[in-house]
Design a protein around this ligand. Structure first.
Ligand code: HEM
Length: 496
């Protein structure tokens, strides 16, 4: 009798497998490179996946099929295919795949960025957009930004007096970290217990989130590999440190109810159901998950954007001269610099757009997942396929951008193209339902910092270095910062 059960079970599972295989065979998947057993196309990713995928898409097409371990992936690489994913089929392509370590660090996907498309995500994203990232709130954080930028300017002045190098990667992370901690956590980093530890915690978190995680691609054995490489224990270590940081900040808020104007205060209100938004029961883990998004979304992105702008300017003396002349002309009779001055700085706006074109910080955005079987451009995209949007390929496509490797802000003079998610040729913040909700908050700091740096100081490369020696290589992780830190000497001017 038991043998009969075994035979019936065997026939049942075998027929499911055969039916699945037959279905796959009849599917019209997008073209892609041949796959190796077990690893699929993982060996073709290299250390800079956005560049490798761009090369492969030149051969296999704008919608390309690959397999990474067990994960079937489709890569979209032109404005047309990306528009299909982010606009036409946005609702079916806007989920996120389950990623092992982001899931752990976000308290079980209780955040916005890594959470799958679900009632929770819709609810929390709506609240974030109408409460956290509104123009009014961006304005309400203005004072924190102005004070922190002023203190950064003082530091640069001191460096200029002693002709010391300013390490942009490091110092700008400190600046955006201080602003984020004030607006998000109501904490003044300077002099606080966290001043010396937070950088390590943030950096560790970014490293874990940006690392290749075998667990995402190989069931069971992947977990083992991550334990051997140390990724698993590193994740646990940063999770504990981050959790302690959040607990400390929340405790400080609970003890002092007069703090009303920062993001934790708002999230605690949501826990107490005082915001009147939706029916979702918000818990402490949701609060912490969203705080994590604020930290990872707010610190690296703005800091690295400013670093990349300054890198391109120092490598292009003609552009530096022109943009400084504009900034000085517009600001010269004003009492103080404010972020809205950007509205009159047409050339600086072009410089920023050109920088975000050449060095966008998330070259592949954040991976998406198809939530049902789809047909895009005549090809089948089965449910659960990961979808990578290769914005980097679009930004470097010579059919869209003439001389795409060259830094030419003037190219935007006769192009009415902005980065706000409607032009599919320029998508540094993504587009559609998953588009970055923190764009205005991040760019307010980018604008204020740049105007100050360009108005008040001239900039020199270290002795022996020439503009043509400036290194433009990016590294790859969750974001793509400049690989070799930018170090410049500030020079005091009549405007300092
Ligand atoms: C210059 C600054 C910034 C850049 C370049 C940037 C870029 C991006 C990009 C490319 C995405 C992925 C979009 C996608 O997957 O389609 C994203 C998502 C996100 N960003 Fe930003 N970001 C910036 C600033 C910020 C700031 C300041 C915050 C918050 C304080 C923030 C919070 C988020 C969140 C929560 C998401 C996930 C959205 C979702 O999945 O629904 N970002 N950002």
């Amino acid at each position: 009798m038991s043998l009969l059960y075994v035979i019936v079970a065997f026939v049942f599972f075998a027929s499911i497998l055969i039916a699945r295989k037959a279905k796959k065979k009849t599917m019209n998947l997008p073209p892609g490179p041949p796959k190796l057993p077990i690893i699929g196309n993982l060996h073709q990713l290299g250390s800079q996946p956005h560049r490798s995928l761009t090369k492969l898409s030149e051969k296999y097409g704008p919608l390309m099929s690959l397999k990474f371990g067990k994960v079937s992936t489709v890569v979209a690489s032109t404005p047309e295919t990306v528009k299909d994913v982010l606009k036409t089929f946005d609702v079916d392509c806007c989920s996120r795949p389950y990623l092992t370590y982001p899931a752990r660090i976000t308290y079980g996907l209780n955040d916005i960025a890594f959470s799958p498309y679900s009632n929770y995500w819709r609810e929390v994203r709506k609240v974030a957009v109408v409460e956290l990232f509104t123009g009014k709130r961006v304005q309400s954080f203005r004072r924190s930004r102005e004070e922190e930028v002023a203190s950064f300017v003082d530091f640069v002045k001191q460096s200029a007096s002693s002709e010391n190098l300013v390490n942009f990667n490091q110092k700008l992370m400190k600046l955006s970290g201080s602003v984020t901690c004030r607006v998000g956590f109501g904490i003044n980093l300077k002099g606080s217990k966290l001043e010396n530890t937070y950088e390590e915690v943030i950096q560790g978190t970014m490293e874990v989130l940006g690392s290749f995680a075998a667990a995402d691609y190989f069931p069971v054995i992947g977990q083992l590999i991550d334990r051997i490489t140390g990724l698993h224990s590193k994740c646990e270590k940063v999770f504990k440190a981050m959790d302690a940081f959040f607990d400390q900040s929340i405790k400080y808020h609970l003890e002092d109810e007069s703090i009303k104007d920062d993001i934790i205060a708002l999230l605690l209100k949501m826990e107490r159901e005082e915001t009147g938004h939706g029916e979702f029961q918000f818990t402490r883990n949701h609060t912490k998950g969203i705080l994590l998004d604020i930290l990872i979304g707010g610190i690296d992105t703005s800091a690295h954007t400013v670093t990349w702008v300054m890198t391109h300017l120092i490598a292009n003396p003609r552009v530096m001269k022109k943009v400084q002349a504009e900034v000085r002309e517009v600001i010269k009779n004003k009492d103080n610099i404010i972020e809205e001055d950007i509205e009159q700085l047409e050339y600086l706006k072009m410089v920023i757009r050109e920088t975000l074109r050449i060095n966008l910080l998330l070259p592949l955005l954040i991976p998406r997942e198809a939530s049902r079987d789809l047909k895009i451009g005549g090809y089948d995209i089965p449910k659960k396929t990961w979808i990578q949007v290769n914005v980097w390929a679009i930004h470097r496509n010579p059919n869209i951008w003439k001389d795409p490797e060259v830094f030419i802000p003037e190219r935007f003079m006769d192009k009415d193209i902005d980065y706000k998610g409607v032009n599919f040729e320029l998508l540094p913040f993504g587009s559609g339902r998953r588009m970055c909700p923190g764009m205005n908050l991040g760019m307010a700091l980018v604008h204020l910092t740049l105007i100050n740096l360009l108005y008040r100081f001239d900039w020199k490369l270290p002795d022996g270095m020439d503009a043509k020696d400036v290194d433009l290589e990016e590294s790859y992780g969750l974001v793509s910062p400049k690989k070799i830190p930018l170090e410049l000497i500030p020079v005091i001017t009549q405007w300092t």
